[in-house]
Design a protein around this ligand. Structure first.
Ligand code: SF4
Length: 209
């Protein structure tokens, strides 16, 4: 992806405003890289934070960026630091992951504890380095234009599926980049002819009486 974008810029001076991709490109580092480059990610977010035991997942907690904290469904803050460090980089942060925790006594007295953290003394939540980019991708996914973009994406994907399944390009027969180029050029020509034939059907032969 990075090479393709660099090449598009270098050869055609194209800087895409948005990129429509599938979940395979929805990891935090990938989304962060796109957003840093000024490209809006139209990508389903790869999110493994969902819980399977029915307890509240991270998405049930509200992010409060001004105060660098999460707010739980019961209104309690989950903070990264409970003290002010003279050195802002000090503190219990992990590798590219920030940890937020509610106060133990608040969780112990909470009526929703069984839905939140039944096995822990207090609820903890982690926040990845690229969470802002992930949130942007989630917000984009709620917009009307996202559905239109995904339909366009599906159309392109179907052309590649046609290459693979119908035209048998799952495996190339010619070798080296030149061979691959020739084979794809021929296949694309065949595919475009097929589309044109659908748009402009051949005139029907009229039988002579
Ligand atoms: S258990 Fe703690 S974090 Fe969870 S809802 Fe209750 S107070 Fe909030």
């Amino acid at each position: 992806m990075r090479t393709i974008l660099d090449r598009a810029k270098e050869r055609h001076d194209i800087d895409p405003e948005r990129l429509i991709t599938n979940t395979a490109y929805g990891s935090g580092p990938m989304l962060g890289w796109l957003v840093d480059r000024g490209i809006k990610p139209y990508t389903p977010v790869l999110d493994k934070t969902g819980r399977t035991d029915g307890t509240w997942s991270r998405t049930d907690f509200e992010w409060d960026p001004e105060n660098n904290q999460y707010i739980c469904p019961e209104g309690e803050p989950l903070k990264q630091f409970r003290r002010n460090y003279s050195d802002p980089y000090r503190g219990p942060s992990g590798k590219s992951v920030a940890k937020y925790q509610a106060l133990k006594h608040a969780c112990q007295a909470c009526s929703s504890k069984m839905k939140c953290c039944p096995k822990a003394d207090a609820r903890k939540i982690t926040r990845e380095e690229h969470e802002n980019a992930r949130q942007l991708a989630r917000d984009i996914a709620k917009a009307k234009q996202y559905a239109v973009s995904m339909r366009l994406h599906k159309k392109v994907e179907m052309l590649f599926a046609h290459f693979k399944r119908i035209l048998g390009l799952g495996r190339l027969r010619l070798r080296a980049p030149c061979g691959a180029n020739d084979e794809f050029l021929l296949a694309s020509t065949a595919q475009n002819l097929r589309i044109l034939a659908k748009i402009f059907p051949a005139p029907q032969q009229t039988s002579k009486a």
